[in-house]
Design a protein around this ligand. Sequence first.
Ligand code: F0G
Length: 385
Amino acid sequence: EPLAKSGVWRFHELLPFAPPEKVVTIGEGQTPLIQTDGVGDYIGMGRGNLFLEYEGMNPSGSFKDNGMTAAFTHAHTVGARRAACASTGNTSASLALYCCSSKLMQAVIFIGSGKISYGKLSQALDYGALTVQIAGDFDDAMQRVQQVSKQLGIYLVNSVNPFRLEGQKTIMLRVLESLNWEVPDWIVVPGGNLGNSSSFGKAFYELKQLGLIDRVPRLAVINAAGANTLHQLYEKRGLRWNGGQPDQKIIDGYAAELDSGGKRADTIASAIEINRPVNLEKCLRALEWMDGVVREVTDQEILDAKAQVGASGMGCEPASAASVAGAKQLREEGVIDPDARVVCILTGHQLKDPTATVAYHTADQEEFNRVLGSRGVSRAEFANR
Ligand code: F0G
């Protein structure tokens, strides 16, 4: 029974858009929730209170498979023959994998030149995606793929696609299942294009409406400091969902500043190197439903946190560690209580982006400077042991 083996489709009653016989699954969503005091101590949590949702264990190595199986299934139901995305590397790896496994579609991917780790690029190439490298970054690639897919009638699987978000809701269902349906106090997630955070809000809203839970956790979305649009808008300028009418002047004003300053996203966490998140409004809605907060963390904090995740025996890519670094900051501020139950989402596998890891741990200071020095990152104390 293939649906039962999928951590997404065994919840198909909550994903009613897909006729079971059309579902395209590769066994996604079989991911563990792991309680770890090592990382808990680092953050400053009480014993037994810190959990990591290990989404790197998905078939393509990131949480994207949760959403891709849903969007891909929808693409199949409408008879699409080609599917496209812009990507910082994980969405494209996931799309390419579903295409080559199912042989139902050709993958067309748009990536910013030099803005993707080799681990992720090599997946797309091995899986046979038509790979278009454009001069520019993710934000440019996103704009381009939206134009091109519309012009040529190619099915778009970026998280502007609502079926992606439906699939990603199941990450929260599995977290709850692992906690015997006891609602945690905090969900902490990195924020890039803001698809995950948007889908988590929708998941908890629906579960409450259905009467399956009696309260919702709080949401913390963590930006990299070099790609901090949500933090700027939500925490610094007070932008709120406001019943679906967020203050457009604030949004437009910020976009104009990005345009006129030529400001580009810049962080070691290439997965979330995004300045113009397409799910901004849905994320604002999730922040309202889940009484959310937004924080930004530096590249140094991200790499330090990532090393702690590695030392705990799991490992993750830099963007994922933003969740742990953000939880630490919120714990230090006293926003997160040490007795709270906190779930950090580890969005992508350690082997996705080994360059930063090797540079961080290497004894070769020259190599370290070459890779990371320009970003103002220094080697952490413990790495010298
Ligand atoms: N973590 C990882 C490992 C990611 O790959 C991404 C997004 C995020 C976090 C941010 O998630 O967009 O839902 O806020 N990666 C996209 C990509 C942009 O193209 O693979 P989000």
